[in-house]
Design a protein around this ligand. Structure first.
Ligand code: NAD
Length: 439
């Protein structure tokens, strides 16, 4: 099977590499020439555990190619995945579909023989139909179907998630298209992965509904955390008790600074728009969006309060800039809001992140924060330390050594990664999430 994947971002590159690992011949297309050249040399554009290995191995085995030439790749393909970005449109809540529609236009003139175009990007309900209209308008003689196959991988564990997903969702209107989709995913189906077959609208909806539900679960426990702080309960214990209930489950019940990343914020916003446009407002999701925005702002206030009401002229060490560990992705990370606000309020911000520092600095600018190579250097001379991302090695920092490097002893642990007793024993004024103050 010959497959083209349009877009070599987190989803396109991982999907392309994994599909080649599963036996297909895959050509990954991107507009970015530099990215394509580097990929040919085995240089990864993103940090994703295990990715480099399968990219390099399959490229050397002749099963995975990279090009900027959409036409040549599409012409020889049985299936073409569209895996380009669908960011939030400028100043609006809905998804910017220009990359998807641009990719569809680029594919259309080059289709040869029956081809299935598969939307892998997260797209509003009705997009498969719209993509089909675009292709038909560009190339009325093309023999094709458009299907939907949303991607559920998580950054940081993307390769494992693609190869061992909880489910694969295949949305197609014709048996011919579904047969091609089944062939692509047969290696996974044979390992027992549940494969859900449905129409494209259902597949498109399943992706937004899943992400919105997970965002709601995070927001729920964050609000419970606020209440715990006021009532003497401990959110970590509450979450554990809740999670043991099989109807609830333990995942996504970790209180923190609010959800972020390249998916949940934009997907909840887009889902709310889809609801309103279809005359079926998603009140719950709308409330989740508002609560999460509010939370990110309030996290900064937490630091200010812990610093005695003002951060002006104070040095704040921010540990973690990515929206979660094991990724270099900082898109919509709560840390960006926190750093920018602290800077606006006159703080000197020092920040450390093992993978995302460069990307973060490109967003908030060189003036907003000084980037440090490691956590102890970041904390040196700081009046307060804020833990924003729960990178594994932050959990095992030597608090005694940390206490010796800081100037002030304030810690705001937004991920509850440190032991309160140990922090207090080392002289820290320790603030955490969802736990009553301890003295
Ligand atoms: P990304 O921004 O990392 O990558 C998109 C890539 O597409 C870029 O390299 C860009 O140069 C390329 N591109 C854009 N237009 C193109 C064109 N016409 N031809 C060739 N290349 C083109 O995006 P991403 O994070 O991989 O997300 C892609 C889609 O998958 C989005 O809809 C997203 O919501 C969805 N998704 C993302 C994740 C995730 O964790 N990142 C998970 C599941 C689903």
């Amino acid at each position: 099977m010959n497959i083209t994947v349009i877009g070599t971002g987190y989803v396109g590159l991982v999907s392309g590499a994994c599909l080649s690992e599963l036996g297909a011949h895959v050509t990954c297309v991107d507009l970015d020439e530099g990215k394509v050249e580097r990929l040919k040399q085995g240089i990864m554009p993103i940090y994703e555990p295990g990715l480099e290995d399968i990219v390099v191995t399959n490229h050397e085995a002749g099963k995975l190619d990279f090009t900027t030439d959409t036409g040549a790749a599409v012409a020889k393909s049985d299936a073409v995945f569209i895996a380009v970005g669908t960011p939030q449109a400028d100043g609006q809540a809905e998804a910017d579909m220009s990359y998807v529609y641009g990719a569809a236009k680029g594919i259309a003139p080059h289709l040869k023989g029956y081809t299935v175009i598969i939307d892998k990007s997260t797209v509003p309900v009705g997009t498969a139909r719209r993509v089909a209209e675009i292709i038909r308008a560009e190339n009325p003689n093309a023999d094709f179907d458009v299907a939907s196959n949303p991607e559920f991988l998580r950054e940081g564990s993307a390769v494992g998630d693609f190869m061992r997903p909880d489910r694969v969702v295949l949305g197609a209107d014709t048996e011919r298209a579904m047969t091609v989709l089944r062939r692509i995913y047969r290696p996974l189906a044979l390992t027992g992965v549940p494969v859900e077959e449905c129409n494209p609208e259902t597949a498109e909806m399943a992706k937004y509904a899943s992400n919105s539900f997970l965002a709601a679960k995070i927001t729920f426990i964050n609000q419970v955390a606020d209440l715990c702080e006021k009532s003497g309960a401990d959110v970590e214990d509450v979450a554990r008790s809740m999670g043991l209930d099989k109807r609830i489950g333990p995942m996504f019940l970790k209180a923190g600074p609010g959800y972020g990343g390249s998916c949940f914020p934009k997907d909840t916003n887009a889902f709310a728009v889809i609801g309103r446009r279809n005359g079926s407002p998603q009140h719950l999701v709308e409330a989740v969006i508002t609560a999460n925005e509010d939370r990110k702002r309030r996290m900064c206030e937490r630091i200010v309060e812990a610093c005695g009401g003002s951060v002006e002229g104070k040095t704040i060490a921010v540990l973690g800039l990515t929206f979660k560990p094991d990724t270099d992705d900082v898109r919509d990370s709560p840390a960006l809001t926190i750093v920018s606000k602290l800077h606006e309020m006159g703080a000197r911000v020092k920040a450390h992140d093992p993978m995302g520092a460069e990307h973060a600095q490109a967003i908030f600018g060189k003036q907003a924060a000084e980037i440090c190579d490691e956590p102890y250097a970041c904390a040196t001379g700081a009046d307060a330390v804020a833990v924003v991302t729960d990178w594994a090695h932050f959990k095992t920092l030597d608090l005694k050594r940390l206490a010796a490097t800081v100037r002030g002893k304030v810690v705001v642990d937004m991920r509850n990664i440190w032991d309160a007793d140990e922090a207090i024993a080392n002289g820290f004024d320790y603030h955490c999430i969802g736990r009553a103050p301890r003295f």
